[in-house]
Design a protein around this ligand. Structure first.
Ligand code: PLP
Length: 371
């Protein structure tokens, strides 16, 4: 084993992780505390408060799950779904598909409402499914489908679902901190995210929030949550007055998230949304000008994740490799039906700046001469 870890830095412009600011790396390197140390408990409380602001919620049960975005997904489903429950899931990409897979493993009766990759799941089709299955316990959608670059509209779904006994579950892994995620305003019951996308923190934590309605549902479960580790009732006993040991919080990652949320607050949420919107629009215009073809449905394109096929039908793989090796820039390739066909370019967190766009375009122009 070499004496020292040697890492060539990259400019991370893929679907995540996003670039991590020095301030956050410094926070990670602070002295590790015990998870019951009053200093740490205060930091944890501040993180919950910062997450409430970012999620646009007053939900008491708001905290970071120990694990990446997929652990947030698993925690969201495992707590509100029981075997035999009907769950409607919008599927227009990888992450909708992952929700289906997890819900099925939990014994749910899944109704998948599918739409083409690159399109939204039309809200009226989800609501039709809900009318056809009024016993549905949970309706789940992905707000920002990172596999395609599509932004799912939520307002109409939120308004309709809140009038029923069905809970609305939303994947906000790629939207939190980059797009408005207004949990209380929309009427979302369970919403989870990940630290390594628009929050600009390394991967490792999954912010999550549960509405009072969701907590009532959890309180009346027929059997305890099948996952002991992700059981929100057990975690609540640690986060609440009792401070009862459940599992050891990933202390230094919580420092990093604290610093990331401080940076969100300094930016101001709205200014941060605007920055992501402007920079994403600028990149998309510049890519179209260079002959790239945008993959996501017009009018529903995520600014923080641009998916596009390459100019003149060029193969994406070798150019993506050259971008990494010659220019130190990472972008993502396509998944599923878009495999081998598109690039996925993320401008998230501290990667969402005009300087970053310029650096990327310069590298693209060096690799693909403009005709
Ligand atoms: C990245 C992502 C996830 C999964 O997060 P991991 O941190 O990779 O576990 C889930 N949903 C969406 C929409 C994502 O973009």
């Amino acid at each position: 084993m070499p004496a020292k870890l040697s890492i060539e830095p990259r400019l991370l412009l893929g679907p995540g992780p996003s670039p991590v600011h020095e301030r956050i790396l410094e926070a990670l390197a602070r002295p590790t505390l015990g998870h019951l140390d009053p200093q740490f408990l205060r930091i944890m409380d501040e993180v919950s408060e910062g997450l409430r602001k970012a999620f646009g919620t007053r939900n008491r049960m708001t905290f970071p799950i120990s694990g990446t975005g997929s652990a947030g997904m698993e925690a969201a489903l495992a707590n509100v779904v029981e075997p035999g429950d009907r769950v409607i899931i919008g599927v227009n990409g990888v992450f909708g598909g992952r929700l289906v897979e997890m819900a099925k493993r939990m014994g749910a009766e899944v109704v998948a409402v599918e739409a083409e990759w690159g399109s939204i799941v039309p809200p009226e089709r989800l609501l039709e499914a809900l009318r056809a299955h009024p016993d549905t316990r949970v309706l789940a959608v992905v707000h920002a489908e990172t596999s395609t670059g599509v932004r799912q509209p939520l307002d109409e779904i939120g308004a309709a679902v809140s009038r029923t006994d069905t809970l609305l579950l939303v994947d906000a892994v790629t939207s939190l901190g980059g797009l408005p995620v207004e949990v209380d305003k929309i009427g979302i019951d369970v919403c989870y995210s990940g630290t390594q996308k628009c929050l600009g923190v390394p991967p490792g934590l999954a912010p999550i929030t549960f509405s009072a309605r969701a907590m009532d549902r959890i309180a009346t479960r027929r059997a305890p949550c099948q996952s002991w580790y992700l059981d929100v009732n057990l975690i609540a006993a640690y986060l609440g007055e009792e401070r009862r040991y459940h599992h050891t919080a990933p202390i230094n990652m919580v420092y990093a998230l604290h610093e990331g949320l401080t940076m969100v607050e300094e930016d101001g949420l709205e200014a941060r949304w605007r920055r992501h919107a402007e920079v994403g629009a600028a990149l998309q215009a510049a890519m179209v000008e260079r002959g790239f073809q945008l993959f996501a449905q017009e009018g529903y394109r995520l600014p923080q994740l641009t998916s596009a096929s390459l100019p003149g039908g060029r193969e994406e793989g070798p150019l993506r490799k050259a971008l990494l090796e010659q220019h130190g820039i990472e972008v993502g390739g396509g998944l599923g039906p878009a495999k081998g066909k598109i690039w996925r370019v993320g401008l998230m967190g501290s990667g969402a700046t005009h300087q970053v766009v310029e650096r990327l375009l310069k590298a693209i122009d060096a690799l693909i001469p403009r005709s």
